[in-house]
Design a protein around this ligand. Sequence first.
Ligand SMILES: Nc1ncnc2c1ncn2[C@@H]1O[C@H](COP(=O)(O)OP(=O)(O)O)[C@@H](O)[C@H]1O
Ligand SMILES: [Mg+2]
Length: 325
Amino acid sequence: MGAATLAHQPPANFVDGPWAVETYGLTKRFDNNVAVNDVELLVPRGCAFGYLGPNGAGKTTLIRVLLGLTHADAGTMKLLGVEVPKHRDVALARVGAIVDEPRFHAHLTGRENLEILAAARERAARGRIDAAMERVGMAQRADLKVAKYSMGMRQRLGVAACLLGDPQLLILDEPMNGLDPAGMHEMRDMIKGLVAEGRTVMLSSHLLDEVERTCDAVAIVDRGKVIRQGSITELLAGAAMEIEIDCDAPERARTLLAATPLGGTLKVRESGLSIELASGSGRGAIAEINRVLVHEGIDVYRLQEIQVSLESWFLQVTSRLGEPT
Ligand SMILES: Nc1ncnc2c1ncn2[C@@H]1O[C@H](COP(=O)(O)OP(=O)(O)O)[C@@H](O)[C@H]1O
Ligand SMILES: [Mg+2]
């Protein structure tokens, strides 16, 4: 292999690293405002990853830093195992990104816009136009002028534009913004489809519900700092667990359970008795509830674990933040 070819070869760890995005100590300040504060972010490959936080949390700034659109004040980062900004061109060749609203020539058709974008890329890009339009469900609209596109269609054209580079990683800043419920649904399906093809999608969002529905893993960011990150299942496992108890004597069951060392908060609701157990109480706690009730002659019809939504978990975390440590 000659030196000329080598210059275009990605570093050896290009495919092997487990992380699509990796940052350590990443920091970006605007005067006294620390928009990205010592962020260690690890985005696993092949998943939909949500960078979730309220407005002003520093999501767009982090993405701009990752893409080299602005410089970090401190820290290191890798995209697809490639160090950036050092090897930015190598990394970005396999990354598609949408930051801010995608801009297109309104008087041209979707396809014409993609042709212009493809011309600026490698030769294979032009051959990907039809597949990209197909992929985002826009094949029928390809020859319509962009001026006639809805917001959702523009967003999808934006994703199609990303796909021209056959990216391993897509970074989408607030892709649900400005979309109506149907548009959000389409975007969600599209993201899941891209992940099913083996790509990694990192998206930012201030919509907890959307992240919960779209993503496999999440980092929760507040005032520039990542407070928690991990798979959504993992994060939920750390949350309090609520068990709904359907039995023939809810009041007596309540008294009985209150006297046990299970230590939960008991509530009698319309739907029946429920007990909220401390985080970390395993499934054994459910079996114990059953044993206590059955032992006292109470008929148990149903014990059901209620899914704690990421939203309630998020609220727990943010409210805890306000407490003195
Ligand atoms: N170019 C800039 N100059 C000064 N401050 C900025 C700039 N861009 C963002 N900020 C500030 O950085 C913080 C994070 O902003 P941003 O990354 O846009 O948050 P998000 O995308 O999560 O809403 C905010 O306090 C914002 O005002
Ligand atoms: Mg933003």
